[in-house]
Design a binder for this molecule. Sequence first.
Ligand SMILES: Nc1ncnc2c1ncn2[C@@H]1O[C@H](COP(=O)(O)OP(=O)(O)OP(=O)(O)O)[C@@H](O)[C@H]1O
Length: 235
Amino acid sequence: MTVSFPLIQLEHICAAYDRKPVLEDINLTVCEQDFIGIIGPNGGGKTTLVKLILGLLHPLSGSIRFYQNGKETSELSMGYLPQYTSIDKKFPISVYDVILSGLNKQKSLFRSFTKAQHEKVRAMLSRVGLEGLEQRPIGQLSGGQLQRALLGRALVSNPQILILDEPNTYIDKRFETHLYTLLEEINREHAIILVSHDINTVLQHAQNIACVNYTLDYLPIKEVTGKWIEEHFDR
Ligand SMILES: Nc1ncnc2c1ncn2[C@@H]1O[C@H](COP(=O)(O)OP(=O)(O)OP(=O)(O)O)[C@@H](O)[C@H]1O
């Protein structure tokens, strides 16, 4: 059996916006090669939890720790596919540059992107099925095409952990099948956190499930019963 080390450990996390509590006493460990599906009702705090993990929001109390090969580290490389609605489609940027921007953190400050980095972008364009659309501004893409471009941006740096917030809102059935094959492939080496309203998607692909509704309830998929789904899932 392979040993799976923790990558992220959240302990007793509380979060609030303008003093209004949103998350209470959240404990969660994300291990290497984990695939955690996050479900929960609208406004339950799923995106807030993702923002805390990404460091975009600071908790009111509690701790978030990152680990690499079992040793604590200050940060991890994370790829993030945000919710479609949080994207400004009017921003004048091409598909190619969106994907390239996923490598910003790996670029030296005063240097241009290297040939190898441009090659990574071209390979990613093909992986997410956007060849031929590289120069198109994002405002002229369909919802599904934009989500694929954002997925390319999240993946191009080969991050240790991939976080997807509602990836299949606009993606068509054909690409959805491809997306989950892609995620399976990625999951052989990297951890995935998938926020989804689609309980079937989570049950089918994740190893563990977390229901976020002010507090967090966590269970291995194997232990999920019909009763648990009824109690936790907002239809
Ligand atoms: N920037 C913000 N300022 C104030 N309140 C916020 C902010 N972002 C989210 N909230 C509130 O925090 C609560 C949790 O929001 P969050 O977006 O985390 O929920 P969610 O589970 O991701 O919801 P959904 O399924 O609708 O995307 C909601 O009541 C929301 O209105």
